[in-house]
Ligand binder design. Structure first.
Ligand code: HSE
Length: 418
């Protein structure tokens, strides 16, 4: 699998280094598929870098390279990221991004575009850095109605507040240390004014509540007005001040999304989350409270989530990821230009090694029951295998020619009652 990386900053360079460092184990996890970085897009000069031959300043080198099937976007910002990502998706390339600004503002649009072009748009790294949170919400907790999602979503502000709480620093002093440590940018406004956390709560709220929430809809307040006296007051009260992003479904059905400093009682899990760490609480009607904790920023924690998305893309594509069979089949079907729900081959796939019952339990294909599963016979299994082989070796050249075969599989399954 050939990967292109757009943006060789902190995260992008982390992605390339991580792929090189753990190449063997990553490829094993990709089902023995090779994984190579073919292009790195960056307008800066890297002519003396050890990977100099991979660098390009021309986006078209990636867009027009048929060998590149997945593009990692780690440029940050809305432009030109939106334009580049849109073009990649339209060209049939899947995209993995860590860019929360892009996902918060354009996530819905890009997911629609990905769907239209039968490719994937994955963004685990856009919230919580290395903490798994997007996929747990989308998959592991998918059976829940979500009641609330809240947490410490910005590492820089949490670091500043920790310095104010533990070391008695004032805001300006703590900010300078955050900048010296490379946590806060030279222009730290997106972090300290709460915009970064607002983008992340938008992404979480959209996933949890199924309606895209935009950053300008989030009531946002940063930590610039927090004085040492406030920190002292919180201590006397028996707690700490934390910048909390929070989204909740109201009884009216509307979604409330806010970012602002909150008083947290000592003893609450979020109170003990210090330094650049993030913690996200997800409250589901079935599971209750789950808390996800870890490094919410930084080169390798974020690269960890980006590369995991690349691996997952490969696993979904080849369909060898049994524990998330629903998604694997969904992706495969999308590749065929189908939606999972109307694709009868699901039952076949279930019989050939996927956990079809898992699919049924997840409610992905209403109506699949154990009885139906048992009617899978050798004939449709062989048909599926043939379709798969033809698809794998001749697609897209013979896509039109394959259509009657897909039709046959569909009809065959309909007649089986699938
Ligand atoms: N500036 C962000 C933070 C980086 O401090 O959390 C990760 O999104």
């Amino acid at each position: 699998m050939q990967v292109a990386v757009m943006g060789f900053g902190t995260v992008g360079s982390g992605v390339v280094e991580l792929i090189l460092k753990n190449k063997k184990s990553i490829e094993e996890r990709c089902g023995q598929k090779s994984l190579d970085v073919k292009h790195i897009l960056d307008i800066r000069d890297f002519s003396s870098h050890q990977l100099a031959n991979l660098f390009t300043k021309d986006f078209n080198d990636i867009l027009n390279d048929k060998d590149v099937e997945i593009v990692v976007e780690t440029m940050g910002g809305l432009n030109p990221a939106f334009d580049f990502v849109s073009k990649c998706l339209e060209a049939g390339k899947s995209v993995v991004t860590s860019n929360k600004e892009l996902v918060a503002a354009k996530g819905y649009e890009l997911l629609e575009l990905a769907k239209k072009n039968n490719v994937n748009f994955l963004f685990e790294a856009s919230v919580g850095g290395g903490i798994p949170i997007i996929r747990p919400i989308n998959q592991c907790l998918a059976a829940n109605e979500f009641l609330e999602v809240a947490g410490i979503l910005n590492g820089t502000t949490n670091f500043i507040l920790t310095k104010m709480i533990d070391d008695g620093m004032d805001f300006d002093e703590a900010l300078k240390i955050a900048q010296a440590n490379g946590y806060a940018e030279r222009d730290p406004s997106a972090d300290i004014l709460g915009h970064d956390a607002a983008r992340k709560i938008c992404i979480l709220a959209s996933l949890c509540f199924g309606k895209h929430v935009y950053p300008d809809e989030v009531q946002t307040e940063g930590i610039t007005n927090i004085a040492s006296e406030d920190v002292e007051y919180a201590k006397v009260w028996g707690g700490v001040i934390k910048l909390i992003g929070r989204a909740k479904k109201l009884s009216s059905g509307k979604i409330s999304a806010t970012v602002g400093p909150c008083l947290i009682k000592n003893g609450c899990q979020l109170a003990s989350v210090s330094d650049v760490f993030n913690a996200i609480l997800v409250r589901g009607d079935a599971v209750g409270d789950t808390v996800f904790y870890g490094r919410g920023a930084g080169k390798f924690p974020t690269a960890s989530a980006v590369v995991a998305d690349v691996i997952d893309y490969q696993l979904y594509k080849t369909g060898i990821k049994n524990e998330s069979a629903v998604y694997a089949v969904y992706t495969f079907c999308r590749k065929l230009g189908q939606t999972a729900a109307d694709y009868g081959g699901l039952v076949l796939l279930g019989k050939i090694g996927y956990e079809a019952e898992t699919m049924a339990n997840a409610g992905f294909v209403p109506g699949i029951s154990e009885g139906i599963l048992t009617v899978c016979t050798l004939i449709p299994a062989i048909t599926y295998t043939l379709v798969f082989i033809l698809y794998k070796f001749f697609y897209p050249l013979t896509k039109e020619k394959l259509e009657p075969v897909y039709e046959y599989v569909r009809k065959n399954n309909e007649s089986l009652g699938a």
